[in-house]
Design a protein around this ligand. Sequence first.
Ligand code: GDP
Ligand code: ZN
Length: 342
Amino acid sequence: MTSKSDASRQHISFDGVAGGRLQRWGWSEHEEAAFRLSSEPGDSPGRVARVHRRALDLLTGPDDVYTRVDAPRISVPRGGITVGDWVVLHTTAGATKIRRVLERRSLLERVGPDGRVQALAANVDYVFICFSVDQPISTQLVERFLTSAHGSGATPVVLLTKADLTRERQEKEKALRSVCLATSVHTVSAFSGEGVEVVLNLAHPNKTLTLIGPSGVGKTTLVNRMTGLSLATGEVGPRRLGRHTTTKREMVSIPSGGVIIDTPGLRTMVPTPNDEGLAATFPEITERASLCRFRDCSHRSEPGCAVQAAIAEGTIEPRRLEHWRALKEEMERAASGRRRRG
Ligand code: GDP
Ligand code: ZN
């Protein structure tokens, strides 16, 4: 099966180059260039597929064979080494060590419960933000995921999962669309297969996808549907016994091309400070704010505030401005908390 899929990808082959054997895992000219910049004889590349407490599982060749290495003691990149990172390996006297992490072209991150930046997935092209028909949808949580995803350098797409559960589908779809003003929303069902092709169509060879969202929304079930694998889903119970118990953050390949990173459910999402993410999540406020008289308008009671004028006209919902302000202030607090901690 491997040889067949390799053959079908000859059109993107990089003959004789370092990462040619890693195309299945998303290696592209970008990585090739970054690798060549400062590699020495004996160096070889790999991609992080799973992160354990003190070790990493890497993919270093075309097959689903993991190389276990110790977590590196080198200075790790922002938010820690994470799934999707490309690393440079060096083997001496039979021991393989990570020498460095290649510069990331995108990074999905958040402020973790300890106040530190936590890297969730690196070198991702599409972030699928998942909410399900059978759980209440908090618009503020959607806005938080959107802000983080828009700031990651990847393209966010919102998925309403479990679309086969029809009873509340319309209501949930409406709720989601009302907060996704600049992001497309698709309905999918891992059970019926509805909408799965939308996700698969973006999974070209070389593309990295990731799924994020609260737990229980069907992320792992969707990965299984797309890949034909059987990663442990919620039905197994909270202890998640079996091969995939150590970490639920894991990268797997999609048979028709591309790779997908499954992530553990996130109950909360505090985005790291990023103005672009906030601006893209609240486009109606961003657009209007450019017309305010003062450049640093806080859109409270300043004269000539175009945002307040839009609220008075009814073109911007007051709660959107409240959410925008709360999120902006929270991100600023998170940033200053980090500075205090050093
Ligand atoms: P995760 O925590 O987001 O990865 O969610 P899981 O994939 O573990 O799924 C949580 C529960 O939702 C499991 O009981 C699944 O069987 C169920 N589920 C997942 N996808 C669907 C779907 O498309 N339709 C329905 N009705 N249930 C689903
Ligand atoms: Zn204003």
